[in-house]
Design a binder for this molecule. Structure first.
Ligand code: VNL
Length: 390
């Protein structure tokens, strides 16, 4: 099969058809859940990657950049097959995307074996970047976003908490990071609840929270599930029972926040990006994104993909257009830029992103709900890896 291709390729080369385009092009295989339960992540990330190319051009360091988008539907077996096909058939120089942790993990061995950089723009379990030396991440880690929430909670009079997280990698990271930090400060997690990833019904869990009577419930659900959660939270009237809601910004996701209604008002949460972030770069980004996408507001997923593209472009500039996988991942280490979220750096040791984490409160601004930033912790590294560092 392989041998029979050789004469055909030689024939094409003789005609001047093969080689020319592929030697010049840099191909990015963007694998996302465009359909299925996490489709909002795919839709946001694809829109952002395309916008980046619209605004920055499709040529960098003399190379033409080609984006190939594939829908894995959120199924890790499909992600893996698509990554293999993109590497073997399309000869992509970069694999990008990965909407959920299991999807990112499924591709790590392929990145290692093929020596192709895997830029993780969404998935956020801390261990992901440790699964291959070819992984770099432009999203965040759950411990990075969660520790500041635990710190803020204790300082602001919350002494007992029930944690409620989605039962897989990022949720377990959030549960653990919250409990450790909160206990260290003197707080008490009185119950740790985990909800299923698929088709979650939060009602019975919220009833258990209500019965436990904590000062607050700390919640993580992945992007796309916040609205369902908030509806059930409001129905159970936990607020009227005096139980505060605190969360990572995945819950008060910009993609759905406006649809959540007044139940979300006042929720304190911590994250790395808000569409309301006050900077000229972000204002221009939000305007351009809305304009290109029928008014859709960008969320933190969009920004992860926008910065994923930024990272590849910056790495190509640094290598002067050399798209060799090892050269590219090496070039990514230590890169810094002003993201629409604020200043960021790819940690040269861990290949995770170092960024500001903001404490925000859901407020109405000009009739729309936003996560309004009121404090920030500067240049936060993933605390799990920072604790392990020599
Ligand atoms: C993950 C983490 C996915 C945070 C998310 O939304 C999120 C993950 C889809 O690592 O699977 O908000």
């Amino acid at each position: 099969m392989f041998r029979s291709l050789v004469p055909a390729l030689a024939g094409l080369a003789a005609l001047g058809l093969a080689g020319a385009a592929s030697a010049q092009d840099v191909k990015i295989g963007l694998i996302l859940p465009m359909t299925g339960p996490s489709s909002t992540t795919g839709i946001q990330q694809q829109a952002a990657a395309k916008l980046f190319m619209q605004l920055n051009g499709s040529t960098v360091a003399g190379k033409k950049v080609e984006l190939i988008v594939k829908d894995d539907t959120g199924n890790a077996d499909i992600t893996k097959r698509l990554a293999q096909e993109l590497v073997v058939n399309d000869k992509v120089n970069v694999l990008m995307g990965f909407g959920l942790t299991p999807l990112a993990l499924a591709v790590a061995p392929i990145a290692t074996q093929a020596k192709v950089p895997q830029v993780v723009t969404a998935a956020a379990t801390a261990i992901i970047t440790e699964q291959s030396p070819y992984i770099a991440r432009t999203s965040f880690t759950l411990p990075q976003a969660t520790v500041p929430m635990a710190e803020w909670a204790f300082k602001n009079g919350i002494k007992s908490v029930v944690t409620l997280v989605t039962d897989y990698g990022p949720g377990i990271d959030a549960e653990k990071a919250f409990a450790e930090r909160f206990a260290k400060d003197g707080g008490k997690v009185i119950e740790s609840l985990r909800t299923p990833l698929r088709a979650p019904d939060f009602a019975p869990f919220l009833q258990r929270v209500k019965d436990a009577k904590p000062d607050a419930v700390f919640v993580f659900v992945p992007s796309g599930f916040g609205a369902t959660f908030m509806k059930q939270f409001a129905e159970r009237e936990l607020d009227k029972a005096g139980i505060k809601l605190i969360a990572t910004g995945d819950v008060t996701d910009d993609d759905q926040l406006n649809a959540m209604g007044d139940a979300a008002l006042g929720v304190i949460n911590t994250h790395h990006y808000s569409a309301a972030h006050n900077s000229p770069e972000n204002k221009a980004f939000v305007d351009a994104f809305k304009k290109a996408n029928n008014g859709m507001r960008p969320n933190f997923m969009a920004v992860g993909a926008y910065d994923g593209m930024q990272l590849v472009y910056k790495a190509l500039e640094k290598t002067k257009g050399n798209a060799d996988g090892t050269a590219l991942i090496d070039a990514m280490k230590g890169l810094s830029w002003t993201s629409v979220r604020g200043p960021v750096t790819i940690d040269p040791q861990t290949r995770d992103i170092i960024q500001d984490i903001y404490i925000r409160k859901v407020e109405k601004v000009d009739g729309e709900l936003y996560n309004v930033e009121f404090a920030k912790i500067e240049q936060v590294k993933d605390p799990v890896k920072a604790a392990k560092a020599p």
